[in-house]
Design a protein around this ligand. Structure first.
Ligand code: ZN
Length: 324
């Protein structure tokens, strides 16, 4: 049992409060129920698991976790990715009027880190799984793309297809100092006990002026408000901490980074909505109407994001390593 009163926030020390309880692992079926607490400070407001599993059980909770696909990018995907990489490396140009283009542009920008490729420089995908993004990053113009993942099975599968992947963790990155121009952390930080040691390690492997691009579920998402304990982003017990846009910026500043892009994205609204609807037993739209409703749902959330509400399902932050 855990105490009723929430502990102080592990990031900023402000008072915590209980946000949800009785949260099941509805997505991967690890037995148990979890309680989630939240920081009361508006500029931090992270969410964390109050009754975190011990490390050995936490490792076991990944047993049925999804395995990464080993599909290489298609010709059209690569061509479109190059086009996006040339035209809109920042948030400015998002094709908002055309839902298909909007979604594709968001996928390319966020997956490539919104940093234009640099000739022979190294891009490092932390938590790369079997490394499907590595092919794509090379195809759009990065000279070297390598990955790191803690799961030996995923690493072996990726290496078997010729990708350059090393076994390691975000807290111990098996690369030399100043090795990389860009580090991607795509849905990684929510799995870490604490982001701070990982950011120090990322800073070590980045060259001067190198960038880190972080994508993570947003605890301020409109979907969390709507679905409560069924929200896909909780993913208890594997998501240990969920960072808001503000808390990520704070952590990056403290680690010596200058934030260049900080926003939330609506691109995964359909995925998150369908997952929560299925998990909670709510009706799921039939396929024939889904494409239409999905587009409207994305655009409705995106309009609110443009109006200043940080309510997209994912937080996306890009930051540059500052000289010491
Ligand atoms: Zn806090």
């Amino acid at each position: 049992m855990i105490a009723d009163a929430a502990l102080p926030c592990p990031m900023c020390g402000a008072q915590g409060y209980m946000l949800e309880q009785g949260v099941d692992d509805v997505y991967f079926g690890y037995p148990g129920q979890w309680r989630l607490d939240r920081c009361s400070a508006a500029d931090c407001a992270i969410v964390w698991i109050a009754n975190r599993l011990p490390d050995d059980q936490l490792a076991a909770s990944y047993a049925r976790y999804y395995t990464h696909q080993a599909r290489p990018p298609g010709v059209l995907e690569t061509a479109f990715g190059r086009w996006i990489a040339r035209r809109c490396a920042t948030h400015g140009d998002r094709f908002a009027a055309v839902p298909f283009l909007f979604r594709e542009a968001e996928n390319r920008l966020i997956d490539m880190g919104a940093v234009p490729p640099q000739g022979d420089a190294l891009v490092l995908d932390l938590g790369c799984g079997s490394g499907e993004r590595l092919d794509y990053l090379r195809a759009i113009g990065w000279g070297r793309s390598e990955g790191v993942d803690p799961d030996p099975t995923s690493v072996a599968r990726g290496v078997a297809t010729g990708r350059r992947i090393r076994t390691g963790s975000a807290e111990q990155i098996p690369f030399a100092d100043n090795a990389a121009a860009l580090v991607l952390m795509h849905h990684v930080v929510e799995h870490l006990a604490d982001i701070r040691p990982a950011l120090a390690e990322v800073s070590r492997v980045l060259c001067d002026q190198g960038h880190v691009a972080i994508t993570t579920p947003n605890p301020d998402a409109a979907g969390r408000e709507r679905w409560g304990r069924w929200w896909r982003g909780y993913e208890a017990p594997r998501h240990l901490r969920l960072y808001t846009q503000g808390s990520l910026c704070n952590a990056l500043h403290q680690a010596g980074f200058a934030v260049r892009i900080a926003r939330t994205s609506a691109r995964s609204v359909p995925f998150m909505t369908h997952a929560a609807a299925r998990a909670s037993g709510s009706p799921v739209d039939p396929a024939w109407i889904r494409w239409w409703r999905d587009d409207r749902a994305i655009l409705a959330i995106d309009r609110r994001i443009r109006g200043g509400e940080a309510i997209g399902e994912e937080v996306f932050v890009v930051a540059r390593k500052m000289p010491r």
